[in-house]
Design a protein around this ligand. Structure first.
Ligand code: WT7
Length: 633
């Protein structure tokens, strides 16, 4: 099976077909998968709902399309190469057949613990093969997985468990990350004090940390699978049955559960993986993301495994035990496609060229970037020093909500241009609109990025709250999906993503809602009010800057600032910890009481030459005080 585009003219041809006859186009792609029963209709789209259904009434199991479909041709091929945090520990190379057996065995174990189709299972695990097995086993039995990044705090974890009413949590005793050994199970224990729905916790042994096993609730992974068979007949699922929920931040305080379903997600992640990375059968592919994010779901697990690829999974961090670790791994496994985030590139660029010297990197054919706009300097460093000037660099734009890559070069097929995501994949119809929603046609235009036609891996709803789905994505421009990003089509017709236009900050490629961070800051007893904005950060892309009004009597600002940072760390997790906190006497507000964030963003960015019109402020004098405060801080 291959739907791989081979040439530029092939791309143009496919793109035309996908726009002229989308249903016919996607039916053809979908036919190369294994379905128990075919669909009644390819697409049902009701923009008013909005309700979208792909491959209605078709029956399938996504794991059969990973395993059974490939076993005769490549059962012995490596499915997952797992590289541990500590380079001196043994790696693991797991074949398709072995991964299949482990998945079946764990499917049986979950069923034995009472998990049924439709139940929600939280996965809070480090980057170990069992995390992949956990996701696949859920998919096999029709349970809905919700992976929570293992860096989130217990209260963030509890919120997610409560929101999806999870019945089971899969976790580990601990998590090796660089020099750290993080007590993952203890975080779960703390979270479960606040929740009521979880019946079983399965704990995978990884670090041998001392953990408390709660009797009647907690069971070791190795005990859970001990008596289980390595055979399991896959559940036949509906194309629109939920595959997973993944929580992500938005412009309100509460993270939303992005819902992805089975059939369309399968078709699109496989199709986009094969085409963007131009994966060839014996290649070794490596995506450095964590399975806690959508990139890990779509492009470590589902897209590659559906393509029969060898996917590398790395437990550790780029700089441990030395800043050449990524490159050491590339050479060790002769990695052909390497996919990472601009923040990692900038961090490694800052280490200089010395860490690269011992490595050849000559196996690389394609390098990729995801998560945030890649600045030209990082683009060139990556292209010249990692790609050695001869690997196509795919700058892939997409979102948790889109499920798969939407705008990107196809490696070596369509041209790539520094800092430009470039062209849409077949089947994707992005448009740039002005504030009134008029489509800006032609080149040299700038506005908000929307998608005007459904695609198979789009989110279907936000879990338990369809109204929020409609309001967030389909209200700004009725009938169209609004991305929250600004974009420009340049004079050559290539799209450049300009970043978020809403109250979302992109910190190291991870999305943080300003309201969410403010809510966490406001939990500190001395905080009266706060306002959070993003500012340019050399490594992270954007950093978090918080302006805070406090009752500071009897404490130093320094103590307060540290306490506030810890509050945020405790409520959300280390990724949300503000980089800068400025204690202020007031916030610039309009007469209607709205905080004028534009001014706060400029001050945080040290760009105070032109603050614009401040005459509509209720308290214009506060601006000067904030500027002075920012300079002595
Ligand atoms: C936001 C989505 C998609 C996986 C990782 C992030 C930004 C993503 C790019 C890119 C410019 C990008 C956008 C988008 N973004 N990729 N190649 N160039 N910006 O997923 O957490 O859902 O965040 O990340 O602003 O809206 P996410």
């Amino acid at each position: 099976m291959s739907n791989k585009i081979q040439s530029l003219s092939g791309y143009i041809h496919e793109y035309q077909k996908s726009v002229n006859q989308p249903e016919k186009f996607w039916a053809r792609i979908a036919e190369s998968f294994h379905w128990h029963k075919s669909w009644d209709s390819v697409l049902k789209w009701e923009p008013q709902g909005p309700h979208v259904k792909w491959f209605e009434n078709a029956k399938l199991n996504i794991t059969e399309n990973i395993f059974e479909r490939h076993l005769f041709t490549h059962g012995d091929k490596a499915a997952i190469i797992w590289e541990p945090n500590d380079p001196n520990e043994a790696n693991k190379i797991i074949s398709y057949r072995e991964l299949f057996e482990l998945t079946c065995q764990f499917s049986n174990a979950m069923k034995a613990q009472g998990i049924e189709k439709g139940d929600r299972v939280i996965i809070y695990m480090p980057m170990i093969p069992e995390a992949a097995i956990a996701m696949l086993a859920c998919a096999r039995i029709g349970a809905v997985h919700s992976v929570v990044f293992a860096g989130f705090s217990s209260s963030a974890l509890a919120d997610r468990i409560i929101d999806c009413e999870a019945k089971m949590v899969l976790t580990s005793d601990g998590n090796f990350r660089g020099a750290k050994n993080i007590p993952v199970k203890a975080v779960v224990d703390e979270a479960l004090e606040k929740t009521t729905t979880v019946e079983t916790v399965i704990v995978c042994k990884r670090t041998n940390a001392d953990v408390q096993m709660v009797s009647g609730r907690d069971i070791w992974w190795h005990d859970a699978i001990k008596e289980e068979s390595i055979e399991h007949a896959a559940e036949s699922l509906d194309a629109e049955d939920l595959l997973f929920i993944l929580y992500t931040s938005g412009s309100t305080g509460k993270p939303k559960g992005v819902v992805h379903t089975t059939g369309g997600y399968m078709v699109y992640t496989q199709y986009s993986f094969e085409n963007v990375f131009q994966y060839a059968q014996n290649d070794v592919y490596w995506c450095t993301a964590d399975i806690g994010w959508i990139t890990g779901h779509s492009y470590i697990i589902y897209g590659p495994l559906l393509s029969g690829a060898t996917t590398l999974m790395f437990e550790g961090v780029p700089t441990y035990p030395h800043p050449g670790r990524f490159w050491e791994i590339v050479d060790k496994y002769q990695v052909n496609q390497f996919y990472t985030a601009p923040t990692a590139i900038r961090a490694l660029q800052a280490e200089g060229l010395e860490p690269l010297a011992p490595y050849k990197l000559d196996s690389l054919k394609v390098i990729g970037s995801v998560g945030e706009p890649i600045n030209e300097e990082a683009w060139h460093w990556y292209h010249d020093h990692i790609g050695k000037g001869n690997c196509p660099l795919v700058d892939t734009w997409w979102q948790t909500e889109t499920g798969g890559i939407m705008i990107s070069a196809l490696a070596g097929i369509t041209p790539n241009k520094p800092a430009h995501a470039s062209l849409p994949l077949p089947g994707i119809q992005p448009i740039i609109v002005d504030a009134e929603g008029n489509e800006l046609k032609g080149n040299n235009v700038e506005g908000n990025l929307c998608v005007k036609f459904p695609w198979p891996s789009m989110l279907r709803t936000t879990y338990g709250d369809h109204k929020r789905f409609k309001e967030t994505y389909f209200s700004a421009y009725p009938g169209m999906y609004f991305t929250g990003d600004g974009a420009k089509r340049d004079h050559d017709g290539y799209i450049r993503i300009l970043g978020r236009v809403d109250d979302v900050i992109n910190v190291s490629g991870h999305r943080m809602g300003t309201a969410e961070v403010e809510n966490a800051i406001n939990e500190h007893p001395r905080v009266i009010e706060s306002a959070v904005v993003g500012f340019p950060h050399d490594i992270k892309g954007q950093g978090i800057y918080a302006y805070v009004i406090c009752d500071a009597e009897g404490v130093t600002n320094e103590t307060l600032i540290n306490e506030i940072k810890n509050t945020v760390r405790k409520i959300i997790g280390p990724i949300a910890k503000p980089d800068a906190i400025q204690i202020v006497p007031g916030l610039p507000k309009t007469r209607s009481g709205k905080i004028m964030r534009r001014i706060l963003r400029k001050v945080a960015s040290k760009d105070i030459s032109n603050l614009g019109d401040t005459s509509t402020l209720l308290n214009p004098e506060i601006v000067e005080q904030i500027i002075i405060g920012s300079q002595i801080k």
